[in-house]
Design a protein around this ligand. Structure first.
Ligand code: G4P
Length: 526
């Protein structure tokens, strides 16, 4: 098959949701429809249950399991779908942010009872940074949820994106009858079933058709006519181009656990969702059907066994064909790298692959050469943009408890940061090392792994910090002056970039007002 055909066949996306909205359930149903799994219950939730919340070893074990489900590939109606899993635990939000850099679109699941929740808002902010196209699936319609109009308004307001319903629910909860698909004018009647995968949809082009009343009764038929009239009046026609630009999110209603509305969405998804998109490097745009291979590493999963310090690096292929055992240019490095152990992820099986194409994700076994954000190419020296670090939320100072092991500690910290476990900031004055994370859990992870894998002993001391802001200015003198006058609060990130460590929100605001020539950024890429 030609490269262009391979590219056209692929759709790479992630499901995002606040925990409990139904991401795992929807994933499983998609795999069932794709024929990739045969029975329900095969997909393990990567959610951390409350009993093990503080037991991070247990969590790491579960994360180990979730490596297998990090990428789930399957074919549906001749389209190769790569579904990327995102961690369920919010302490690993940074992992999710990075995963979102490797997809071309997103399906967002919202619980119709709870509406838009905080984690969804945060994830959506990341999607908006790259104008990622979003399809919204409003789930759990078998429960008494909120009014659908209110839910749509809430999505628009809280997530700052226009919506366009492509299906509309008839009743809800106990009286849920089904959905009417506004896009292909079909009525999908609800029969609760956790197993059934049938797709009986009745075409009803004209809502005055007597078949409608026969199926749902006069009252619901009347309500549906009113709703459809209102929707068609309020919302402009669905424009796929606007969706592809990330400006409007088509909305579907359903019940994942009951297999309802899922294949309807999947059918629309394969029609409208983008294939592998072009990506920007620092110098130029790379289009997928360029002959030469390029890709970037967006995730690294370490092996927890100290005797085998190997890791799996997840590579998103951006252009050309990737081949096993071929030497590739690691742009940051000095010598070419060759990978013999390359896995692809089909459903839940890992298998060695010889080649992969744009949109695909492959796992590379690596002994410590690769780090997050690395670009691999056929030869060209270019670096993909769009894998930023985000300002962490919790900060602690690293205290080295064993001066004899300083070297080991530094090496361990460096490697863990390359894996993206957390972020390290080193203060300009006194070289104090501060770790920033989005969750408490990472501190336990770091402490344990430094001891276990590097034989270094550290403790953490809390720090009263609000944000790490990357700083820049077009006026070099102003920047130098700022760094001089605020030197107690200036640190460097792992790339050596200047960072202002703000102690409180109000103080940061004051500093921003007092130094209008300095730009403060909340992500490392600006
Ligand atoms: P997550 O990955 O987003 O965290 O959510 P997950 O799929 O694990 O779903 C969370 C809970 O919501 C599960 O119930 C699941 O069965 C339920 N759920 C998913 N879709 C629907 C739906 O359409 N309707 C209803 N009523 N419930 C739904 P649980 O009790 O936590 O687990 P389980 O024992 O049922 O598996």
């Amino acid at each position: 098959m030609s490269l262009t055909k391979e590219i056209q066949k692929r759709r790479t996306f992630a499901i995002i949701a606040h925990p409990d909205a139904g991401k795992t359930t929807l994933t499983e149903k998609l795999l069932l429809f794709g024929g990739a799994i045969k029975t329900a219950g095969a997909v393990k939730s990567n959610k951390i249950d409350t009993a093990t919340k503080s037991d991070w070893m247990e969590i790491e074990k579960q994360r180990g399991i979730s490596v297998a489900t990090s990428v789930m590939g399957f074919e549906y109606k001749e389209i190769k779908i790569n579904l990327l899993d995102t961690p369920g635990h919010q302490d690993f939000a940074e992992d999710t942010y990075r995963t979102l850099t490797a997809v071309d679109s997103v399906i967002m699941v919202i619980d119709c009872v709870k509406g838009v929740e905080i984690q969804t808002e945060k994830l959506m902010e990341v999607c908006r940074m790259r104008n990622t196209p979003v399809i919204c699936f409003i789930n759990k319609l078998d429960r008494e949820g909120r009014d659908p109009y209110d839910l749509l308004d809430e999505v628009e307001e809280k997530l700052n994106i226009k919506v366009r319903p492509l299906s509309w629910p008839i009743g809800m909860g106990k009286s849920f009858k089904g959905v009417y698909n506004l896009y292909d004018k079909k009525l999908n009647l609800y029969t609760p079933s956790q197993r059934q995968l049938s797709d009986d949809r009745l075409e009803i082009k004209d809502l005055e058709d007597s078949k409608l009343v026969d199926k749902i009764g006069p009252n619901y038929a009347e309500q549906l006519r009113e709703d459809v009239e209102l929707i068609e009046g309020v919302y402009p026609d669905f424009d796929p181009k606007e969706y592809l630009e990330g400006k409007v999110a088509p909305v579907f209603f359903g019940s994942a656990v009951n297999n309802f509305g899922v294949n309807e969405m999947l059918d629309t998804f394969i029609k409208i969702a983008p294939g592998p998109k072009s990506r920007n490097t620092e110098d130029r745009e790379v289009v997928p059907d360029e002959k030469n291979f390029s890709g970037f590493v967006f995730k690294i999963h370490a092996n927890m066994d100290p005797n085998h310090r190997n890791r799996i690096a997840f590579l998103r292929i951006c252009s050309g064909k990737f081949e096993r055992n071929k030497p590739y240019n690691q742009v940051r490095g000095t010598k070419p790298l060759r990978f013999s152990n390359v896995t692809s992820f089909m459903a839940q099986d890992k298998e060695i692959v010889d080649e992969a194409f744009p949109g695909d994700i492959v796992g590379l076994y690596d002994t410590g050469n690769l780090k997050i954000g690395d670009t691999l190419t056929d030869g060209e020296n270019m670096t993909f943009k769009g894998i930023p670090s985000f300002s962490p939320e919790i900060f602690r100072e690293v205290i080295n408890k064993d001066a004899m092991k300083t070297k080991q500690m530094e090496k361990g910290l460096k490697q863990l940061m390359e894996e993206g476990v957390a972020q390290l900031f080193t203060f300009e004055m006194g070289s104090r090392k501060v770790i920033g994370t989005v969750g408490q859990l990472q501190f336990e992870v770091i402490q344990f792994r430094l001891k276990n894998e590097y034989n270094a002993t550290v403790e953490f001391s809390p720090m009263n910090l609000y944000k790490a802001c990357w700083i820049s200015s077009t006026d070099k003198k102003a920047l130098d002056e700022f760094v001089r006058s605020k030197n107690r609060h200036i640190a460097r990130d792992k790339e050596g970039k200047l960072v202002f460590m703000a102690e409180s929100k109000s103080w940061l605001q004051m500093v921003q007002d007092n130094y209008p020539d300095i730009e403060f950024h909340f992500t490392s890429e600006f």
